[in-house]
Design a protein around this ligand. Structure first.
Ligand code: HEC
Length: 138
């Protein structure tokens, strides 16, 4: 009778340990599923992506250069020299109406004007933005 009693206690303790362990496992289980859900799709380097990105980045330029790059943004009206109208002929551009010229402008700004340096942009961002400006300049 005494032996049976200890056995019952042993079994009870064992099942208790097993049960608590099971509970713990379930709590930490959902992690891998959440991880796969948050991973972004691989970015593709298409022209459409570049254009969308360029347009998004150009939002910080429109206050001076205007929505279409005509140099008619509300903050640009009082500036001297005025913001470049991107449709202006190449001869009026200080760094050149080319991808290289626009990239230089973004990196260094135009000294002596309110065109600031945007050197903090990544190479990828600067390239997408320069392409977008060149599109507006057409
Ligand atoms: C605070 C007003 C302001 C903002 C904001 C601004 N610009 Fe300008 N930008 C100017 C002015 C002013 C000039 C003309 C400078 C000159 O003629 O010396 C200019 C000139 C330019 C030029 C012509 C460079 C050349 O070769 O003559 C480009 C390209 C340009 N900006 C692109 C941008 C882009 C892209 C952004 C946004 C990332 C931007 N600007 C934001 C004021 C601004």
């Amino acid at each position: 009778m005494k032996k049976n009693f200890s056995l019952t206690i042993l079994i009870s303790i064992l099942s208790l340990v097993l049960l608590t362990n099971c509970g713990k496992k379930e709590e930490s289980a959902p992690a891998p599923e959440a991880e796969t859900k948050t991973t972004e799709p691989a970015t593709t380097d298409t022209a459409a992506d570049d254009n969308a990105k360029g347009k998004e980045l150009f939002a910080q330029c429109t206050s001076c250069h205007g929505d279409t790059g005509a140099g008619d943004g509300p903050a640009g009206a009082a500036l001297k020299p005025p913001p470049r109208n991107f449709k202006a002929p190449a001869a009026e551009w200080k760094n050149g109406k080319t991808l290289e010229g626009i990239t230089k402008t973004l990196k260094e700004g135009i000294p002596g004007s309110s065109m600031a340096s945007y050197a903090y942009l990544s190479e990828e961002e600067s390239s997408a933005l320069a392409k977008y400006v060149l599109e507006l300049a057409k």
